[in-house]
Design a protein around this ligand. Structure first.
Ligand SMILES: C[S@@+](CC[C@H](N)C(=O)[O-])C[C@H]1O[C@@H](n2cnc3c(N)ncnc32)[C@H](O)[C@@H]1O
Length: 343
């Protein structure tokens, strides 16, 4: 049932659903309103759901072993199995979608399938000289003495960060995480597992390219983006990826999992919710973009990174009640900063 092939018929039917739901775009003043108030809509989301909506993801480590390189692969088998069972039994039909948010995973174990599948340049970035002045001022920063540094961007309530802290017991590990929602960052900081000697949660708006990061350029081993880039206005994505790529050490990696084109969440939008091509607003004011593999490849390669992985994970989801078949479509990417040239 997983990773099923996607026929031309299915592609055509998805395309026509998208044509239909994007035939009428929201007017510019409404578009502007969702951009200006984006943080408030996500704050409201976390006030309602706290950390109950997005599930913990122990599968992370099978897909992204970079998050816990020293982990023994059998280490989490029990919790993964238990987790998988829980998710399967929760997953009757499409019941896990609410207000346009679909819970992000249907199964904990991932069997992956490789299916084949105009950016804007930033004008307001800091000039290289200015950046180097900023970098020189870092000195002692949170996590400065660590040997392996991970940053999770758009961390929400911490459903990725806490599994990383539990699973990766490298004493040299330090995990940063940020979100522009102060409500989300409060949830992380107030979590009983938050340990300031191993992690640092901070408020950061990715769309504000003047807002500094608490660590210098070339200091991170891993940057992780889980269903986050899709929440950003498409015109702003390139600038964000460029900035994140500068934070990576040579050899460091950006890991991403996000919504793919024609995911069931895209097909379920109604007319009047489309902001621009493949970008929609949910009933609660939060927004979502649906990527193709090529778009993500462009974003990362233009930021100077090299492809390690770029795949589609497509799963059949059957709604028995409505006799409808739909697909979850996720894209998973790993892009690496080239190692420094040998002298
Ligand atoms: C779909 S949620 C995913 C949350 C989390 N990564 C997870 O998987 O549970 C998208 C997240 O991106 C955050 N976000 C959206 N726009 C942002 C921005 N401009 N800067 C920082 N975070 C942002 C939201 O607050 C939200 O927590």
């Amino acid at each position: 049932r997983d990773n099923v092939e996607w026929s031309e018929e299915q592609e055509a039917s998805a395309k026509s659903k998208v044509q239909e739901n994007s035939s009428q775009l929201l007017p510019p003043d409404k578009q502007e309103e969702y951009e200006v108030n984006a943080k408030r809509y996500w704050d409201d989301f976390y006030k309602i759901h706290e950390n109950g909506f997005f599930k913990d993801r122990h599968w992370l480590f099978t897909e992204f072993p970079e998050l816990a390189p020293n982990r023994n692969p059998s280490q989490n088998e029990d919790s993964v199995r238990e987790h998988s069972y829980k998710e399967e039994s929760n997953n009757a039909g499409l019941g896990s979608c609410e207000n346009g948010h679909c819970s992000l995973e249907t199964r904990a174990e991932n069997q992956l399938n490789l299916i084949k599948s105009t950016p804007t340049f930033c004008t307001e970035e800091l000039a290289p000289q200015k950046r180097s002045e900023v970098n020189q001022s870092y000195g002692d920063y949170p996590g400065s003495s660590a040997s392996y540094r991970i940053l999770e961007v758009g961390c929400g309530a911490g459903n990725t960060v806490f599994p990383i802290l539990q699973t990766n017991n490298d004493p040299g590990l330090f995990v940063y995480c940020c979100d522009f929602s102060t409500t989300a960052v409060d949830l992380v900081q107030n979590n009983a597992e938050y340990d300031s000697s191993r992690c640092f949660a901070f408020v950061h708006d990715l769309c504000n390219d003047q807002s500094p990061f608490p660590m210098p350029d070339e200091s991170l081993d891993v940057v992780i983006l889980i269903f986050v880039l899709s929440a950003i206005l498409p015109e702003k994505m390139q600038c964000i990826v460029n900035r994140l790529s500068r934070l990576l050490k040579p050899g460091g990696m950006i890991l991403l999992r996000d919504y793919g084109r024609y995911d069931l969440a895209q097909l379920r939008f109604k007319k009047g919710q489309c902001l621009s091509d493949n970008f929609y607003v949910r009933g609660d004011g939060t927004r979502v973009y649906f990527f193709t593999q090529d778009e993500l490849d462009d974003l990362f390669t233009r930021a100077g990174l090299e492809k390690i992985q770029n795949l589609v994970d497509r799963r059949l989801q059957v709604n028995r009640g409505k006799q409808m078949t739909m697909y979850r479509v996720w894209i998973q990417c790993k892009y690496q900063k080239p190692a420094a040239p040998q002298p």
